[in-house]
Write a protein that binds this ligand. Sequence first.
Ligand code: CUA
Length: 333
Amino acid sequence: MWSGFPLFPEQASTMAGRVDALYIALLCLAAFFSVLIACLVVGFAIRYRRQSPDEIGTPIHGNLTLEAVWTFVPLCIVVVVFLWSAEIFFSMNRIPPQAMEIYVVGKRWMWKAQHLSGQREINELHVPVGVPVKLTLTSEDVIHSFYVPAFRIKKDAVPGRYATMWFQATKPGRYHLFCAEYCGTKHSGMIGWVEVMEPAAFQSWLTGGGSGSLAAEGGKIFQSLGCMTCHRADSQGRGPRLEGLFGRTVNLASGEQVVADADYVRESIVTPAARVVSGYQPIMPTYQGLVSEEGLMQLIAYIQSLQEPTAAGAPMAVAPDHLAAPKGGTRKP
Ligand code: CUA
């Protein structure tokens, strides 16, 4: 409805219309009360002005009904605004489980994206239309912020941790990507494009690159760092087995529990002693500085791809579901 209105960016995601509706409602609410209060100030000033020099106003001792009304009405309004915003906030932050995963690293002054299939790009992000896309974001140096106005989404990329965000593009096209956190001299040049493609075109783009999949690249790093000497599938290893680990709840030596998500796996590589798995010694050295942020993401994709060994024998590295080709049309989150 507002797409032709020049003050608003194009609406190109499932979230855009909802965010705009809330924003416009807040704007109207603020405008309504501003006008109302301004009119009352002027109106009352005229109506109740002193008309003779010796006139004294009637003392007021309060009015319970009036006070109840001006407490209750604003309360109702803010509760409605809260519920409405919370609903949007939660759907922005609840990532659909079938979302396609892409890893993004911010770096002064560029955005580097890696697809699970191994495709990499800089200052560009190719995504299919009508498919929920999950971005796992981090930064190599300072805080950046991934902002796509047409999608009405923005998330900080903070060094040393992962942030996740998702969107579902609703129409093919090229949309601006900005860094929305001041990050140094060329902050204003840290821009790019999100290219939303038809699913079929996206598939052919995706298979265009020659490199191995993200998990396969991670497997190479895993080999080269000698991780398998301790993390052995036969459970004789000095470190926990990694097959089927991703997404599972892990018991820690401290008695706590943690879900083995991307953040936990990353932490276990860079600061292994922080949260040690119950039954193991904190003997793993840190790999901080030995693996780049992109390498860490590849390792995580590799660990995510490790499944429980089948009854027949060796563990299989299989591609996660979301690697599968999106079948045309619209998938609802
Ligand atoms: Cu990166 Cu501003």
